[in-house]
Design a binder for this molecule. Sequence first.
Ligand code: CP
Length: 316
Amino acid sequence: MILNRKDVLGLEDLEAEEILSILDMSERFRAVFDRPVRGVPIMRGRTVVNLFHEPSTRTRISFELAEKRLSADIINFQAASSSLRKGETLRDTAENLQAMRIDMLVVRHASAGAAHYLARVLKCSVINAGDGAHEHPTQGLLDIMTMRQRLGDLRGKKVTIIGDIAHSRVARSNIWGLTKLGAEVTLCGPPTMVPGGIDRLGVTVEYDLRRAVAQADVLNVLRIQLERHESKSFPSNREYHKLFGITEDVVRGLKPEAFVMHPGPMNRDVEIASEVADGPRQVILDQVANGVAVRMALIYLLSGGDPGALAGGDAE
Ligand code: CP
């Protein structure tokens, strides 16, 4: 199985079959990830550059770990200490990287469309690790992988995404991916954080938290993206927590088998109570573990991976 495209920039661009293929391959890499010896030499001799122009813990380390486990040569580009600080453009930076014959670029940037722009300019593969409030495709894929592990086929399953929809690239990637796989997506949050007309993406909007929670098979709770708020969208953290925070009391309204997800980083006791973040209904660290497998699968598939490399179990 090979992903027949140069770049992965968003789940909007992917067909349902491609998403399912990536998820199936991610499960195979999850098995590699869980072995005592976790490396495979699939990317030996290939160079991947991680260009993170915005802060990140999970995504940056997860990509780096995935690349290491695939035996790639890795360059971590520190935007803050690079010539971008001297006024060099993103395009010039990227073309210089290309002149050094890199094979793949993983990019996170505060501007929506930055990854698409670089993909047009560069001959090498580009993976979007989050572009502004637009998309975060690998987070969408790892969220969907985590849901599929518990719910099986997602057709007809009810996914409620709660919180700061307006500023969330995670919400957008979840919406594209989940609706393509036939899930029923409900969005819930304060009216100031739910964009008008978003139902055109095939989702339902529910402003009543208790109703949104009661019908869900899974809750995906979003971080309030304070760094992207131009004006205050809610009076205080306390007020938000009272009205839309996922507390133990709210969780009691879930179906017995339903579970709680959060992409991280969490604002504890704002969008999610600590008791829920650490409680028995959450699968937050499973999401993180699945993230490494998803990124291994994506890099493998984009690089036209050798189909035999996994079958032989040639770990090193
Ligand atoms: N979920 C996520 O993108 O986290 P980071 O910002 O830490 O990468």
